[in-house]
Design a binder for this molecule. Structure first.
Ligand SMILES: Cc1cc2nc3c(=O)[nH]c(=O)nc-3n(C[C@H](O)[C@H](O)[C@H](O)COP(=O)(O)O)c2cc1C
Length: 331
């Protein structure tokens, strides 16, 4: 059994990665229903939260049904991060996660996200103070290092563990790589193989098939796997991986009816949560993947992604059901 603090998880848990504008409560709830064992919010700016920026505060919402859930925060200023913990705790998450991996310039230039990989002592002291501030488990998500020449992830992980970090998720790329090239899981396995490590080590990066998840478990020996892009428009990914682990076979393709039902519920939950305008707008990015592989789909996709009224999007779903009924999706 894998444990994050006192949270008990099944062997080789599957974690939904924090993803900006993707990992919102409706999407997290869908992934949880389909087998995600832990879900994370998108990253939330500590400075934004302290200013009470409405958008940041809204990101703290969690549904009971998605637990265990981690709220991910980022920042580089100790006072702000500590104040942020006090604010975040009011939302009663199960985990607080620190983002030490975001490669985006505007984050990195302030020393936050992956920017902190240039100052391991600060990374360590920030984590230590945050652990002291809260009774919740504090986890870290980070990258292999700043660039290829400065990969010290084995040492970094050990230092974070020693100051009380409860689990670490490692994206197998450096900041310099951004999203280019292939994720390298070998350094993550080196972290796991360090005999001093006892907290869970989760692998992340490019897991887009059940086979790759199995490789991460069996060949690289990691404690679990965090999934990002493969879940966008495919919340069934978690169930697909679990089915493969249990049976050695691929789950039957998800039917059109299930896809439409998920898209419908996704949109409805998004509207209930953030209102018609934002709900319609922010769910658009998922439709392409929900309906990937249907030939001559452009007309319907355009309706879904250009309509401003939810009634028109729901009508497009109905049309898709009647027009493409019986379509066989690939595995
Ligand atoms: C649209 C998008 C938004 C992301 N936002 C965040 C974020 O808020 N916090 C974070 O730690 N990582 C973020 N990431 C990185 C992912 O969590 C993950 O580390 C990365 O996508 C690699 O995993 P994957 O290959 O499974 O997608 C984001 C990635 C994507 C594609």
């Amino acid at each position: 059994m894998i444990k994050i603090g006192n949270i008990e998880l099944p062997d080789f848990p599957l974690l939904l990665a924090p993803m900006e504008d993707v990992s919102d409560p409706p999407f997290r709830a869908l992934c949880k229903e389909q087998g995600a064992d832990v879900v994370y919010t998108e990253f939330i700016s500590s400075e934004g939260l302290i200013r009470d920026a409405a958008k940041s505060v809204m990101k703290l919402d969690i549904y009971e049904k998605e637990r265990p859930v981690g709220i991910q925060i980022f920042g580089a200023n100790l006072d702000s991060m500590l104040q942020t913990i006090d604010i975040v705790e009011k939302s009663n998450p199960d985990i607080i996660d620190i983002n030490f991996g975001c490669p985006v310039k505007k984050v990195v230039s302030k020393g936050a996200g992956a920017g902190i990989l240039k100052d391991i002592c600060l990374m360590e002291s920030l984590t230590a103070e945050m652990v002291k501030r809260t009774n919740l488990p504090v986890t870290v998500k980070t990258r292999l290092g700043w660039d290829h020449d400065s990969i010290k992830i084995v040492e970094v992980a050990e230092r974070l563990q020693d100051v009380g970090c409860a689990a670490i998720s490692i994206h197998g790329r450096t900041r310099a790589q951004m999203y280019k090239g292939e994720a390298d899981w070998k350094p993550i396995a080196a972290v796991k193989n360090n005999p001093r490590m006892h907290i869970p080590v989760f692998g992340n990066g490019d897991v887009d098939s059940p086979e790759k998840a199995m490789l991460m478990r069996d060949e690289y020996g990691l404690d679990g796997c965090m999934v990002g892009r493969a879940s966008i428009g495919n919340p069934w990914f978690f169930k697909q991986v679990k089915h493969f682990f249990e049976t050695g076979k691929h789950l039957a393709p998800i039917s059109l009816e299930e896809r439409v039902e998920a898209a419908r519920r996704h949109l409805q939950m998004a509207i209930d949560w953030k209102g018609e305008v934002l709900g319609v707008f922010e769910t658009r990015r998922h439709y392409t993947n929900y309906f990937k592989g249907i030939p001559h789909f452009k007309e319907y996709r355009m309706k879904m992604v250009t309509s401003d009224a939810s009634a028109d999007v729901f009508a497009a779903f109905d049309e898709v059901l009647s027009k493409f009924s019986g379509h066989q999706f690939a595995e």
